[in-house]
Ligand binder design. Structure first.
Ligand code: GLC
Length: 442
């Protein structure tokens, strides 16, 4: 069988598996607290029954290939409880009353009993683009873009107080990378499996509660400020995408504004976070913006940006090809193999992002590799990711050395592999047509 035929079989079988997974993890009902119906995919019915922000964006992207009405519902669930200031919470507790026992053990800051007071990586515009492109196009965009714009304006107005183009997170869980070792020193942790993360979370969140979680006062406390490279890469990409979406509905001035904002964020990443000696990007922490010099997958993230300088992109690719750092048997590890804190699989009890391989970060890096002229390496990551899922199921994360699946079972965002497989099948079909123009007999 030729490669295209093998790819097609793999894609078909992945479509079937994702469809079943998204039936199992579907949450539907009516929420009396806001008098709305909801219909979303939860991250995992076993451990995470609520609607998480960045998870839902990945779910909408996967759903856009299967059922655009459900993909629209996923986004509608995120926008339903947007606050008047533009903020969208990182968790919406739609069916809170059904899970009160579980909530007692979540260390989470609330804005109301039903929504958290945190953000997560801002990939809403990318999700909306996927849903519009395969669904109702401009008609859908006209409905949702005003709310989407308000969200990105909130990020700029509230989370970029020094107006350098980079937004900051105020708690580690806002990065989505909860226990990443890059935060250990900032959080007063030693890096041992015995570290008390809940206590560390309280050391940051309790003083915030004392100032009423007012963002300006939270920044002034300087307890945990992180201009995170992954967050800001996603922020740059999404401002760029939002600019394109606004252009599609004829909003020329707003489109130009977001394009300029995207460039500004990208330029700030390069000017402030790029370390040419190390060949890596570093987060900036605190009001004094000191670099967090732990090599994690986020140090490579700007590879996603199409307008990243080719020489910098090449340095990042070197890291992905180096077995001493990121070229693990099951790529891409969330922490460099050269870091003493690297743990390829499970780390302590439920610690995440300390070295294992995740599907959502592979989704970003594989696309970055294709954008920067390395489809061969992208394909290797895509095939390895699909093989992990075929062997171990949709798990939260996988051991970067052995491949073994860990964390939540039936984990929904791992289904975003479907988008990578769909994209390359379309690309391959297009290039086959280009290579064989005469095949149709003309
Ligand atoms: C974990 C992850 C976070 C994710 C959440 C729900 O907390 O670190 O990124 O959004 O689980 O899946």
């Amino acid at each position: 069988m030729d490669r295209a035929a093998v790819d097609e079989l793999r894609l078909e079988s992945m479509r079937r598996s994702v469809r079943l997974l998204y039936e199992r993890n579907r949450q539907r009902g009516h929420a009396a607290w806001c008098d709305r119906d909801y219909d979303f995919v939860c991250p995992s019915s076993v451990t995470y029954p609520f609607q998480w922000f960045w998870d839902s964006c990945f779910h909408a992207i996967a759903l856009s290939h299967l059922d655009t009405a459900r993909a629209e519902s996923e986004i509608a669930g995120l926008l339903a409880n947007q606050q008047p200031d533009g903020f969208i919470a990182h968790v919406t507790f739609w069916q809170r009353e059904a899970y009160l026992d579980r909530l007692s053990s979540y260390a989470i800051a609330y804005r109301t009993p039903y929504i958290s007071d945190c953000i997560q990586p801002p990939l809403l515009a990318e999700a909306v683009m996927a849903v519009a492109a395969r669904g109702r196009g401009a008609a859908y965009l006209r409905e949702v873009l005003p709310a989407v714009r308000r969200y990105y304006d909130w990020l700029r107005d509230v989370r970029d107080p020094d107006r350098d183009g980079l937004i900051a997170v105020l708690q580690a869980d806002e990065t989505g990378l909860d226990h990443s070792p890059k935060f250990d020193a900032e959080l007063g942790l030693s890096g041992d499996v015995g570290d008390d993360y809940t206590a560390a979370w309280h050391r940051v969140a309790d003083p915030y509660a004392e100032v009423g979680r007012d963002p300006a006062r939270m920044f002034a406390l300087d307890r945990f400020i992180d201009e995170d490279v992954m967050i800001n890469t996603i922020y740059a990409e999404n401002q760029r995408v939002l600019g394109e979406l606004l252009a599609q509905v004829g909003e020329r001035d707003a489109a130009a504004d977001f394009a300029a904002r995207a460039t500004r964020t990208k330029d700030a990443l390069v000017a402030k976070c790029w370390d040419p000696e190390a060949g890596l990007f570093w987060d900036l922490a605190g009001l004094d913006e000191h670099p967090l010099r732990t090599s994690t997958i986020t140090s490579l993230f700007p590879l996603l940006l199409p307008d990243l300088d080719a020489a910098i992109a090449a340095r990042l690719v070197t890291q992905l090809e180096d077995p001493a750092t990121y070229a693990a048997p099951w790529p891409v590890p969330s922490v460099s193999r050269a870091e003493p804190s690297f743990r390829p699989g499970r780390a302590g009890d439920d610690l995440v992002w300390r070295g294992a391989t995740w599907v959502n970060t592979n989704w970003y890096l594989a696309r970055g590799l294709r954008r920067h002229g390395r489809p061969d390496l992208a394909r290797r990551i895509e095939d390895a990711t699909a093989a992990l899922i075929e062997r171990w199921g949709f798990r939260e994360y996988y051991d970067a050395l052995t491949g073994e699946g860990h964390g939540a079972p039936d984990f929904s965002w791992s289904a975003v592999i479907l988008d990578l497989l769909e994209a390359r099948s379309t690309e391959d079909a297009v290039s086959r047509v280009r290579e064989e123009p005469a095949a149709g007999g003309s």
